[in-house]
Design a protein around this ligand. Structure first.
Ligand SMILES: Nc1ncnc2c1ncn2[C@@H]1O[C@H](COP(=O)(O)OP(=O)(O)OP(=O)(O)O)[C@@H](O)[C@H]1O
Ligand SMILES: O=P(O)(O)OC[C@@]1(O)O[C@H](CO)[C@@H](O)[C@@H]1O
Length: 304
């Protein structure tokens, strides 16, 4: 069984820290970092930390694509990307007291490049898990995930989807192994305001009846809810100094799916998901194995 991650719209995440932001003036950076990004790529990197072999695929191009490819190679992550003519985007993560994100729309993907990605999925085997994460570059069209899901299902593989809006709605009835909205995304998906835990559970259950096999709703520092069948569990997030929330959700997906594939135990998978998400929140880059293992025993799970 192989786990694949698909990042249609990778990014170099340019993390820029300034003491105080002066709009309209010259600001000098206190610190900056260039990290490989894009949601599926983040999932792959955390899976690797957890000792779960996986293959990362999607589209990479230009000097930015080369930067990501080299980085993943250095971490020993198998990459099966389609090389595109356009440049992979650069996303800005501005830290000036609060975190502000400016994400690019993404490069142009040609029809030949698109066909090459679909061709790569022909290698899928029954039982494989494909994690589809993040936005779709506009040139691919809004229904591209549906096309990928059709191939994945035809091959007898499972899929996890982490995206928003119509693409997520459309994927639900296809039976994803896992969906993991945060509580804001859950509210947006149903066009409602959510203010209580009961409401989160009500709408989370709708994702299950809509077709998802497992539902996690993440709530940043408030931890997460795991909704499965009739049962609902809450996991607290450990306390710590938050350094970066970019990729916390991706890390949670890696922890959950990776541990589920290793152990088959959903509650251990939930625990590992929360530990991985929090370990990323407490790190400059994504979580590493040492911190995930340190946090794992601190996650208290209670049945509601
Ligand atoms: N401030 C925090 N303190 C402790 N743990 C956190 C914090 N923020 C996030 N986490 C951990 O990461 C998990 C996922 O976080 P969050 O709900 O912010 O996901 P997300 O919105 O998808 O993340 P992002 O889009 O920033 O990657 C949480 O359930 C929690 O375990
Ligand atoms: O624009 P998208 O595809 O929705 O999100 C992309 C992104 O914000 O998601 C990751 C964090 O989850 C970052 O590495 C990356 O910059």
């Amino acid at each position: 069984m192989m786990i694949y991650t698909v990042t249609l719209n990778p990014s170099v995440d340019y993390i820029v820290e300034v003491e105080e932001l002066t709009l309209g003036g010259l600001n000098r950076m206190k610190r900056d970092m260039k990290l490989p990004g894009g949601k599926g790529i983040n999932v792959s990197r955390v899976l690797k930390q957890l000792g779960v072999e996986n293959t990362a695929t999607g589209f990479l191009g230009g000097f930015t694509g080369g930067y990501i490819d080299t980085w993943l190679g250095q971490e020993g992550i198998a990459g099966e990307f389609v090389t595109i003519a356009d440049d992979t985007r650069i996303n800005i993560k501005l830290k000036a007291g609060q975190e502000t994100e400016i994400n690019g729309a993404g490069p142009v993907i040609t029809e030949t490049e698109t066909a090459s990605l679909l061709h790569k999925l022909e290698a899928l085997k029954p039982g494989d898990i494909v994690i589809l994460s993040g936005s779709t570059p506009p040139s691919l069209g809004g229904d591209f995930y549906s096309k990928l899901i059709a191939v994945i299902k035809q091959k007898g593989a499972e899929f996890v989807i982490d995206t928003t809006g119509q693409a997520l709605q459309d994927a639900l009835s296809q039976g994803p192994l896992l969906v993991k909205p945060n509580h804001h995304e859950l509210a947006e998906l149903f066009g409602v305001q959510i203010s209580t835990r009961e409401e989160i559970i009500t709408y989370g259950r709708k994702l299950l009846t809509g077709g998802a096999k497992h539902v996690l709703v993440s709530m940043a520092g408030e931890g997460a809810l795991f909704i499965t069948g009739q049962e609902v569990y809450h996991a607290s997030a450990p306390k710590g100094q938050v350094r970066n929330s970019v990729g916390a959700g991706d890390s949670m997906i890696a922890g959950f799916v990776g541990t589920l594939s290793l152990t088959g135990n959903v509650l251990e998978a939930f625990r590992a998901g929360v530990a991985s998400g929090s370990a990323t929140a407490f790190s400059d880059d994504l979580a590493d194995r040492v911190l995930i293992e340190e946090l794992r025993p601190l996650i208290a799970i209670s049945q509601l």
